[in-house]
Design a protein around this ligand. Sequence first.
Ligand code: PLP
Length: 373
Amino acid sequence: MTTRVWDYLPEYEKERDDLLDAVETVFASGRLVLGPSVQGFEREFADYHGIGWCTGVDNGTNAVKLGLQALGVGPGDEVITVSNTAAPTVVAIDGAGAVPVFVDVREDDFLMDTGRLREAVTPRTKAVLPVHLYGQCVAMDEVRRFADDHGLAVLEDCAQAHGARHNGRLAGTMGDAAAFSFYPTKVLGAYGDGGAVLTGDAAVDANLRRLRYYGMEKEYYVVETPGHNSRLDEVQAEILRRKLTRLDSYTAGRRAVADRYAAGLADLTGPGGLVLPATTDGNEHVYYVYVVRHPMRDTVIERLKAHDIHLNISYPWPVHTMAGFRHLGVDRGALPVTERLAGEIFSLPMYPSLPETLQNRVIDALRDVLDRL
Ligand SMILES: *Cc1c(COP(=O)(O)O)cnc(C)c1O
């Protein structure tokens, strides 16, 4: 059997009755757009985080874009973020008309190096966009202190960190607003596209509601500032309500998979060899992806294919090296840790319902491949 990095079908088999009931609930409700399911999900997702407001949107990219716009970021403003992220983080900054400015990441946890923020700030800087990559949080106390010192807004990119905690606080509760994706692979995934923005500020939330609804306060009303059509779909919202009640069990399942990898691979690690993901002090990791590192990554991945194991790389190209962002003028070599990591990281299969037999196959195959290197 081919081993895939991610697969939703085992989950669907387990949750089928509840998920189909969610679809039926919406179809039978008489409201297909911005109805009781979106409203209910927004309330429940905000409550899960103990925060005032949640606005459901159509996907995570637009959650970042609208989040920035709701915080007052616009054309020409600079937003400090990382290049070691999923491209949509940066696509969304560009979509808001703003200019991404990159800082390098830390060697140990691959996250924003907050010690470098000061070098990146200019008179045009408007916001900081930390990405809680792979399932654990950026050092948010340092981000907050830096942002307050410079009068900047903070938008957390939580697309990979549903339920992750930093010093006891949930991802999404530590900035001025926080963007989530519910793309199916995410820790809380819909059965299609979805996203949301959390905020503790009623005025920011009001901006978000207008931005996702053409720029209107309500139906058949005037547009003061043109917005978008970025509504969360009612069917996806109802599915997300059901799945939100199981979020903590999903993250527990992911941690159990991570523990089994660590137990099965720990003796292979060492300098110049395999490096397993490190959880930074104060963090509770939710393992959106299980990213390991090896200096001979390409050879390892190639040889695993002979075992019918096909792995992903999150992410093979730092965003600043992509053709679409070359105009930013960030040269190769400018972000040495990010660039080095991109050549060495790869992801092992990870999802809460990953069958133990498949996980053992991955461990055995990796042991075999590394033994023969
Ligand atoms: C998935 C992801 C996004 C974009 O989410 P979509 O729902 O696919 O638009 C943004 N940022 C990060 C870090 C992501 O992983």
